[in-house]
Write a protein that binds this ligand. Sequence first.
Ligand code: IVH
Length: 674
Amino acid sequence: MTEKEKIIKLYKKKIDKFLKYNKAYFQKDDPIVSDFQFDKLKKELLGLAKKYPHLKKIENLENIVGHKLSTKFSKVKHSKAMLSLGNAFNKEEMLDFQKKIKNFLNIKPDIELSSEPKIDGISASLRYEKGKLVYGLSRGDGIFGEDITENLLTINEIPKKIINAPEVLEVRGEVYIGKRDFEKLKNKFANPRNAAGGSLRQKDSRETKKIPLKFFAYGIGETSSEISKNQTDLLKKLKDWYFPINSHCKKIRTISEIEKSHEELENLRSSLDYDVDGIVYKVNDLSFQNRLGSTSNSPRWAIAYKFSSVKASSRIKDIAIQVGRTGAITPVAKIDPVTVGGVVVSNATLHNEDEINRKDIRIGDTVVIQRAGDVIPQVLSVDKSKRDKNSKKFIFPDKCLCGFTTKKEISLTTKKTDAVRRCTRGYECDFIAKEKLKHIVSKDAFDIEGLGKKVIDNFWNIKFIRTPADIFCLNYDKIEKMEGWGKLSIKNLKKAINDSKKIVLDRFIYSIGIRHIGQENAKILGGFFQTSKKFSELFNDKKRKDILKNLDDLDGIGHTQVKSIEDFFSNQKNSQIIQSLMSVLIIKDFEKINKIGKLSNKNIMFTGGFKKMSRSEAKALAEENGAKILGSVSKKLNYLVVGNSKPTQKKIEKAKELDVDLMTEEKWYDLLDR
Ligand code: IVH
């Protein structure tokens, strides 16, 4: 054996060992060697690869672990999920928020809100037991956080001990870095938020300590006893325990107060020593918060009203058309690249045909571009004084990129013509099909790591993937020959795809991207169909008609959704594509984690409007008590609760026929001892 061969053999042996450690460490979260041994082996391998670069061709260590290696923290489940917040960008969206909370709670007057600056930092949850800080977690994915206790302990502003506190108290808040302190770190990080994040995730807490992190408390997680009746008092209580509370928090109620506090803080923004990116408005009364509960991602009782961003001026070089996964045709302005708030922007959305006509936007125009938060930059206005005399009105194409005619639909709810043009060919349109694939692999859908938008674009262009089922029958030998792919990345991709084959029904329904069926509606449908077998009946024209009749009765599913489901499944190509996808998957039955309560194992249905609460709240309350909400009257139904305002007579008659218990709103409250 030559010297070179010997080195290769040694490297391979060590790499195998490393892969084993690495897997135990990252994938199973169950290390088999100490951190010291792990790092030592890593160093050895890096040293070898540096000395003998040809080894990198066998396996490049940097590709195996990447950044994860230096930031290993153990995962801990949050006792109460750390949700994110819904966003609002204008007065209308705030009015909508107000309307929604009032409707849900069935309350006419405006509801008191706590207005709090939205600190642009990194959220953390601090757990105190018997007054002592026992651990601190990052948000992570909201369900599991990372144990970053050591790093949080370096933050002077975080109390390590609190007195007269409940036995268990979790305090949640934002870790941030002051703007002045950030000045010294400017060349290392793009902005204060990144600096705070980077510092908090240092493996060595001595590194964290070097950066002066700060903290604002804004809420709580688990507590062993009640702390206060409302958010304002809660913040006061936290202040008494010496947690830093932002001084710009206040109680407000009306839309004009919302607008006023938003404007005031926006004006103050540049003078503050920390970054704020909006205001969080929270329903102040905690019992209302409790009643409102949350949807899958965010609480119904709070919203982040973002600041109106940063603007810049540029010139439209061209107007291109993009086709979205639901067929929506979006005009996009290709502009001369311009920096907007630190980000180079060369595309900006023009929303739709009506918007272009209303603002009379033309190719060659000088326009104001706005970028707000994570949303796509948009063209705000045209500077007509700079317009070329010879410029022509932009004629919006009435055809999709696939060549077929587009349509403007009439909304079933508003009866108005939609502003958006759509291609209605579903998977038959190549442009829609590609976007649908991107949706299918996305985080809330199949969540296939390694198969991002760019890879889909690439695989699509070389005709490697055309339908969702293709994802699960990839030719890995071919991929291996492509640029940018190595043994390990293929191994990871294979694993990610294989793991994603097992999918729960409601997630599957969301993934296939039926228009108007988001995560919430997919859950409702999952609950209705229960099994993939039942769901498959949608492929049968006759059965589908009967199913759709029942779907209309499901709370949350309206005519718009029913029509959309009909449109989706009556399209032959869609049906065929989804059926072949289903044939390569293992679709698990819908699993509703039924709460244990007074109504466990009971099936319930509501009809008509109620006096004390909205139907949505009644439904949420029933589920909270362990009941299952049914979408139609059947023998399985235990109770039909009949509200006094316009109940459906047909449902009542059918329930009587089937001997289902009918009850009034009052009786329903009695049942729950309310
Ligand atoms: S309340 C259920 N209050 O914003 C979520 N969040 O986009 C309750 N944030 O992850 C969060 N300032 O990290 C709340 N005054 C404030 C906040 C705040 C900043 C962050 C927080 C959260 C994110 C949501």
